[in-house]
Design a protein around this ligand. Sequence first.
Ligand code: LIP
Length: 286
Amino acid sequence: MRTLPPGIDPADLARTALTVAIEASELIMDERPESLGVAETKSSATDVVTVMDQRSQDHLLARLGRLRPQDGFAGEERGGRTGESGITWVVDPIDGTVNYLYEIPAYAVSVAAVVGDPTTDGGWQPVAGAVVNPVTGERYTAWLDGGSWRAVGDEEPRRLRVAETSLGQALCGTGFGYDADRRAWQAAVLTHVLPQVRDIRRLGSAALDLCRVADGSLDVYYERGLNPWDMAAGWLVATEAGAVVSDLRGRAPRADLTLAGAPGLHSRLAAVLQVAIEQVGDQKGQ
Ligand code: LIP
């Protein structure tokens, strides 16, 4: 556990995260152009960015720059800033961009305040965060030792707590990368997992997958290939709801693997993934 910089109240950071995440989520809904297209592609032809991804991040960068001028900022799209407060905002301006492009109601703005260096595996951790789905009105917030909360529309926030179940009864979330070789590897691993769980859901947003583990609409989730911005806020929403969120060796989650679930379920799925990756081999999945 990294220490919070002196004078920092994670509850205040969570309020700030929620405020700006709501603003950005309203922006991507209200100002979505009629003819939204792909502005550019990144790691592959299917790894798309829309003009609204960048506009959402520009808004978050500007607003957090005014609200918390001493903090750092790192996002999925262009633009960032180094800080000197010990807090860095790690944001995904639209997590689930393909869903946003296709108007599938499973995308979110994810905003997290982290300590440490988010560019180093195991070198950082979230201390406050918010994930907002503008289509469903779901707002998830969490802060260090302050619990994990979900509100929809005008309702009061409800505290979240994960529950154990058997692996065979577990609804398991996962996701697939943008690289064809990585996807082939993920499919091969999935053939080992699918027969051992209740069913699989591929929602298309890691931030929402992690929040769904916290609220119980998923029992467990794993994915290889996540970036810090995909997982930063959802990681804390899940852990503050009592989930374990780690890589396959019990360390902080990272691109190699993010695995989230109630403690017993987390360890049971970790064992299944360990065998699957040994049998499938690990090279292609990198
Ligand atoms: C998405 C992740 C999701 C993954 C998708 C994509 P993006 O992030 O949240 O879990 O399976 O392939 O990477 O690109 O929409 O911000």
